[in-house]
Write a protein of this length. Sequence first.
Length: 308
Amino acid sequence: MTRHLLRDDDLSPIEQAEILDLAVELKQDRWSQRPLEGPQTVAVIFDKSSTRTRVSFAVGIADLGGSPLIITSANSQLGGKETPSDTARVMERQVAAIVWRTYAQAGLEEMARGTRIPVVNALSDDFHPCQLLADFLTIREHKGELKGLTLAYFGDGRSNMGQSSALAGVVAGMHVRIASPIEYAPREDVVADADRIAKTTGGSVALYTDPLEAAAGADVIVTDTWVSMGKEEEKLARLRDLGAYKVTAELMSLADPAAIFLHCLPADRGYEVDAEVIDGPQSVVWDEAENRLHAQKALLVWLLRQQG
């Protein structure tokens, strides 16, 4: 059966750990795995602009011996004249995998149903599983074992990063706190899925409206931009609604003294995070950005192994 990564709970705890272990190995020996030797091609599709995702996938595919085929919505029929499932059926005869950075999660799900090759969610409006693999690789490097750690996410809990933090965190057996206004809380079905998984892993997910309470004793503090692509018209409302959830030095001081700060970037200093935090000694955002490369390489290697 073809395996895909469309959302974080597509991986079991064992599988998530296998990918992170492989990412550690690939970071230590960058060219040790060459499953795309030939070279085979991986289609990398962008409906949204990108820096880290484009660079890390293009470089990673090349590191694995392959050739990245970068496609944008402006130079393809996808989303216009052609459906995701038809696009996948065309591509599967020519490429080894499809990576798609898009808007609607439904398009990724349709694409995955229509193909025999792996489909990777490089970001959707609902989930960002590749980023969480990079985040967890970074946390492992700085904190050791993931299980039992407390991760606190601040801002828009219904964003792709908020919802992926909840799911990936409980898969890893972490205690996840989502701090946001009620109207920005993760979707109820996502929280229900996280609760169900947590019962099997020893993790937990909890929703907070008080950011100071959520920060207390946390091992990892996470935030993301408040104004995602496609939501620029909401900027003033979001700045008003989410202002109390800015990650400041005061908020960091409430976390564990050895806590680390994560942000998937790009960051808007002075809005979701103060410069003294993201540029301070507890910030590991540059390790996190590099680890997109190693985590995504590991994911591709793992998915291709499942193909047999």
